[in-house]
Design a binder for this molecule. Structure first.
Ligand code: GDP
Ligand code: MG
Length: 163
């Protein structure tokens, strides 16, 4: 399979909301390896005439700070292996959290393209607040709202350029 996009990030940043907005149809869960893929949703999407598969990670992870070493790290590492492009979602309401920094640390080591995306930018006021995410050391970011859709067109333009 080619053109695989993985959506990663800590719980509650809005990964699934964005995934549901993106996909046209869900795929059967691919579970070739073992149980490891059970908490991942797969879907197909298309933008500017380019088709791609999307993986939403961390479906069953509940928000708690002590789980990074286990579940989230595993999800990010799987995504790094599987995906052609990684969409790293953070949340402007919460700002940078220690878990975001852990994910960023894993992602800074890889050479695959990473899109740093700041979600919950539902209005122009929040645009300014997103500036702090430069401190994750992943370069520039894209703001969007998975809830109302603003910014998602530009984000997808950039995403399909990377595929
Ligand atoms: P996940 O754990 O990363 O998959 O996050 P979810 O997609 O389940 O969303 C977590 C919470 O954030 C839910 O209450 C969503 O309604 C909310 N949420 C998701 N996207 C947005 C957004 O763009 N703006 C706002 N204000 N809330 C959002
Ligand atoms: Mg989710």
């Amino acid at each position: 399979m080619n053109n695989i996009v993985a959506i990663v990030g800590r719980p509650n940043v809005g990964k699934s909301t964005f995934f549901n907005r993106l996909i046209k149809r869900r795929e059967a869960i691919v579970d070739a390896v073992s149980g490891v893929t059970r908490d991942r949703n797969y879907g197909k999407s298309e933008w500017n005439g380019k088709e791609f598969s999307v993986i939403d990670t961390g479906g069953y992870i509940k928000g708690s700070d002590d789980i990074f070493e286990g579940e989230i790290r595993r999800q990010v590492e799987l995504a790094i292996d599987e995906a052609d492009v990684i969409v790293f979602v953070v949340d402007v309401e919460d700002g940078i959290t220690p878990m975001d920094e852990e994910v960023a640390k894993l992602l800074r080591r890889i050479t695959k393209p990473i899109l740093l995306t700041v979600n919950k930018v539902d209005n122009a006021m929040r645009e300014k607040e997103a500036i702090e995410f430069y401190n994750l050391g992943l370069g520039d970011y894209h703001t969007f709202s998975g809830m109302n859709g603003s910014g998602t067109g530009d984000l997808l333009d950039k995403l399909v350029e990377l595929l």
